[in-house]
Every structure is written in C-alpha cells, then in structure tokens.
Design a protein around this ligand. Sequence first.
Ligand SMILES: Nc1ncnc2c1ncn2[C@@H]1O[C@H](COP(=O)(O)OP(=O)(O)OP(=O)(O)O)[C@@H](O)[C@H]1O
Ligand SMILES: [K+]
Ligand SMILES: [Mg+2]
Length: 715
Amino acid sequence: MSTITRSLEHSSKGARTPGGAFTWTQIWAALPGAIRKLDPRQEWHNPVMFLVWTGAVLTTCLAVAEPLAGAVAADATAVPPGFVWAIAVWLWLTVLFANLAESVAEGRGKAQADSLRRTRTSTVAHRIVRYDAATDPAAADTPWQDVASADLRLNDVVVVSAGELIPGDGDIVCGIASVDESAITGESAPVVRESGGDRSAVTGGTRVLSDRIVMRVTSQPGETFVDRMIALVEGAQRQRTPNEIALSILLAALSIVFLVVVLTVNPIASYAADPVNIAVLVALLVCLIPTTIGALLSAIGIAGMDRLVQRNVLAMSGRAVEAAGDVTTLLLDKTGTITYGNRRATAFVPLGGVQPDELVRAAALSSLADPTPEGTSIVELAKVEGVDAGTSSQGDIVPFTAETRMSGLDLIDGTQIRKGAGSAVTAWLEQEGVRVPSSTVSELAEHTEHISRTGGTPLVVAARKADGDARVLGVIHLKDVVKEGLKENFAELRSMGIRTVMITGDNPLTAAAIAEEAGVDDFLAEATPQDKLALIRKEQAGGNMVAMTGDGTNDAPALAQADVGVAMNSGTSAAKEAGNMVDLDSDPTKLIDIVRIGKQLLITRGALTTFSIANDVAKYFAIIPAMFMGAFPGLAVLNVMGLHSPASAVLSAIIFNAIIIVLLIPLALRGVRYRAMNASRILSRNLLIYGVGGIAAPFAGIWLIDLVVRLIPGF
Ligand SMILES: Nc1ncnc2c1ncn2[C@@H]1O[C@H](COP(=O)(O)OP(=O)(O)OP(=O)(O)O)[C@@H](O)[C@H]1O
Ligand SMILES: [K+]
Ligand SMILES: [Mg+2]
C-alpha cells in the first residue's frame, strides 16, 4: 500500500508542476494521441477545426496537382513556387496543434488513473453468512466465509479487522475504526469511521488500521467509487457541457459566415481584378474563423476538471464545475461542516426538584440504543458520573431522526423516555396530553438559553410514567467546536459576491451563536430536510445558483437539488450518490476552492474567446491591404506594417495563426489568473487585457514572421 500511496503522491505532484504546469515532455508524450486525432471522424466533433482540416486536405491536393497542371498555374492566379505546399503544411500543423492541446490536457489525468488502478487490488473478504442486526457481529463469533472481493454483491455484509484492506465501498453498520485512506486521497493521516452517524462510509482499497468493523457493501463490482474516479480522470465520461455546446455552435456559425464571405471574394473581385488563387482563399478563411478558441475549448474544460482532481475533488459532470463558477449562494450544514461535528455531552443540568441521578439515568437509558456520536457520548458521560444504565434490550427503541429531532426508549414497565431538541420534546409532551407547568417552562428556558448562547446544543430529557405522570427532568449540554479559519474564508467568498447561509436542525439561539462565531451571512435554524430543500428551491427561484455541502443521508435530497452538491467522502453513500461532486478530504471549506476553480474555468474560456475573435479581426486588417495591393495599388497605403508581398503576408498570417495556439496551451491548461473581485470588474479587466492584446498581437507577430518569410526566394 505504501508504494501505491507514494506513486499517487508522485503522480499528483508531477501534474502539479509549479508555474506553467506544462512541460515539453508532456507535449512529446501527447504527440501520438494528437496524430491519432487527425482522423476526420474525430475532427468532425469540432466544426471550426474540421473546416481547417478540410482546407488542409484541399491545399494538399492543390499542391500535388500543381506541377501536373503547369499550363493553368501560369495564369494570373500564380503564386510563388512552394507557396501552396507551405500553406498546406501550416494548415496541417494548425490542426495538429489543436489536437495537441486536447491530448496534453487528457494526458494529465492518465497518470492519476494509472495509480488509482493499482488500488483496485483483489483482496479476501470475510462475508457474514447470515447477518442479524440485533446481535453484535463484531463482538460475537458470527460465522463468516472467505470470498474474493470481486465476488461481493450489493448488500453483502463483511467483517474487516485491523490491518486488512476494505474489500469494497460500503457503510459501516457496526463498530468504529481508524482508516488509512491515503490510497485515494494521498493524505497520510488516518481518519475515523463509525456506524450510525454521518461518517459511516468507507471506500474499497483503503485499509483499516485499528479495531474491527462490520460493513454493508453498497456498490456492485466494477461500479465502485474508484472505478468511477478512474473513468472520470481519464476523461472517458467527459461530455460537453451546455455552455460549451452553445459556444461551439456560435463559433461554427461564425465560421460559416466567413466561408460565405470568402467564397464570394472571387465573383466580386473578378469585376476589377484577377481571380484570387484558391490556396490564398483557404488561408484567408482559416485566418478569419475563430481557430484559437476552437482549438483550445476542449482543453480548457478538461483542465478545469483536472484542477479539481488535483484538489482531491471529483466532479461527476463538467456542468457542475461550470455551475460552481456562477454560484451566488452557499449553504453549509452546521454540524460537521462549520463545527467539527463531534458533538459531545459535557454536563447534565437537572431541573429544580429532580435528583441528579434520576436525570443521568434517564438520559443514559434513552441513549443506550442511540448510535449517533451524541448518543454514545451521553452514555460515556453517565458512566463517568457513576451511572451504568445497563444494556439496550430493555424496551422499544425510538431512533433519532432529523424530522422528529428526538430519540428515546419505551421501557417494558410502560415508562417512556425522550430526549431531543427543546421544542420537539415539549411538542411531544403536549401531544401526549401533558400540561407542563409554566414554572418548569421558564426554568427550562433559562437553562437551554444559557447553553445555546455559548453555541452549545441543549437536549431536553423528559419521562412519562405508565400512569400518565410526566416530568421534564433536565437538560444535557452538548458541545461542539467551530472550525478555525472559517471567518477569513467566508470573507473571501463575500468579496466574490457569494452569500453564505448556515442551515441546522439546532435551535435558533445556538444557530445564532455559531453563525456569529463562524462569520456566515445568514442562518436557518430548526431546519428539517424538507426545509433545506425548500430553501434551495426558494433561492433558485430567486435566480440564485446554489451550492451546498453535506454528508448525512438527510442531506441527500438537498444535495441533489442544489446546482452544486458537494458530498463529503466520509459521509453516507446516499449523500455521495445524490451530490454531483465528492470531496475526498471531506473538508467543507473546499467549496471555496471549487467556486474559485469554476470561476477560473469560465473566465479562462471567456478571455480566450475574446482574444481569439479580436485576433481574427486584427489579422484581417493586417493582411487584406498587403494581399490586394497588387490589384489595387491604393491599398498599399494601408499596408502599415510594410509586409513584403501578398504571398509573404498570407503565409505569415497562417504561421502566426498556428503558433498562437501552441503559445496559449499553457494558459488554457493553467487557467487565467484569478483574483477575488466582483464579476463586472473581472469582465472589464479581461476585455481590456485580452481584447486589446488580441488586436495588438497579430500586428506584431505577423510583422516579425514576415521578416523571416521574405527571405524565402520568390516570396
Ligand atoms: N441523538 C440525538 N438524540 C436526540 N436528539 C438529537 C440527537 N442528535 C441531535 N438531536 C437534536 O436534534 C436536533 C437536530 O439535529 P440534526 O442532526 O437534524 O441537525 P444538526 O446536527 O443540529 O444540524 P446539521 O443540519 O448541521 O446537521 C439537534 O439540534 C438536537 O437538538
Ligand atoms: K483564425
Ligand atoms: Mg446533523
């Protein structure tokens, strides 16, 4: 395993070459792939480059035919010897450079896929023959059979002990363990995975370091997380996004307009001048159509996905990456996202007249069968206080749900114990027909408010005897810690024009305290899963693009509804299925990087489109005067750059057109530098840089190339 880890680290570092992130070895390695892409069936998918490809074929035919039709060549459309060949060669190079951009982008994912493939080693799985959730198979000597990991099926239950590889993706149903996930995350620090809570998912190929877990397999062989990851980084699943398709259509339409323009040059010019050579017309067309962006478009998209993979985020679709760039509202779960999520009981606060032991015993009893971190911490604290509530088989379990915000136990003697959010427990008592005295209500409010104001979560404990006598016993103080550095992160998001909203099932006071401490813009308290979903729909209806992070099964509907749903890798399988991104590091603040990468993708595409079109316009003005100065001597005045001859002007423009693609590959892959500022300022800044730059570059470039081309005899 350690070699795998190292090789993965190595490969990801290799792809993370600082600065240019682009080396000549990468180009060299991508060359065979670029040549294979010359196949017209592949070129066809990119209309702009397909047009160049057709031009290359046509000029090659003309060049071959030239000596055979010597008589015709002697006519007025004559060009210097070797001119047609030169155009043909540079058109082929143009197509090749475009293919190269895509191949280099794809090549970076391949190295990562190779090292991931090595984690798919076959291992032996201990499959439990008959799984019974009621007994504890981790402790008991449950019979199992050994099977190959490849033979595991959905819903098989397996035991994994310390030192063993986890045989497939799944959720822990029993036990807690520390797990080495470096094989997929490259992160060497072990992580804790446990049943019951929102950290129950484990990934095949990772290793259990301590303890023993029982897990239920949640994926079919061949459809595991690592399989999906490999397909993703290799680009096998890459589909063009709606934005990309729209831009392609626009570029294709523009190309067709120019095709018509160029086809009409000869009929129009024939009134005043000799017809223009066909190779010159093809060259003119290629100069005019947006070849630069046409060549780099797909590489920009692949590189965006790749940048996310470098940050250990897997985007299931390119569309999600683009959406991330447009996000305006960010919804964050409180527990586990803004706080560390390890909410633990720290104190029992009995109400007046209640024996402390009575409260502790009730709290512990109601938590015996509560597998959440909150539940186990209550039992532990009770033990510390000297109360051992026994075992869980003492009655009917009422499990915690995010809807009821309550859990408990119905004892055999008819006593019902409930613990949960204050409002939930009071509602339960009322529903049972119990009138809570107003003195109790005010005393309870005092305690819960005190806990809430410090950011703690109060859990109210109440018991109702079989004879109908019901009492509120007291409050459990749950503590959680707000993660560090959030304030700065949220401030940065604000400067990007993104509003952060914390959503929590907790009470409004706790929510307000935590929101204040973490520095979010807004919060929604006492939110049920339906409320989260409704909030997302409301934001979306208001024209906002919504991103959300989550890990729990109850987050799944909201993750699915959000435009960008980032599931934590540590979360439940349901959450991972629902979202359109998975963060392998399970770091919710990663959303900030995701947004930045998404914005960078959109900005890079916009900047290079601007540059490309500005370039084409400039090329037109640069070469037209030189091209026609033979026929219309008056145009020579406009030949401001003093290009040597019509032939050298045209060839220089075509060479510039090809070389600019190669020069821009590093920028397309690395992305335009992105600084946090609002969208309209970014737009005007980029229009200035890439628009003006796009106009200036061809004048300088073509002038320089012309200095060399004019040395060729005959030009
Ligand atoms: N194990 C439990 N037993 C009883 N009540 C609980 C338990 N866990 C949480 N609660 C109560 O239910 C409320 C809602 O919990 P839920 O998990 O839906 O939201 P949360 O964890 O507070 O917020 P988030 O949405 O950020 O996860 C909690 O604030 C708490 O009052
Ligand atoms: K062009
Ligand atoms: Mg929760």
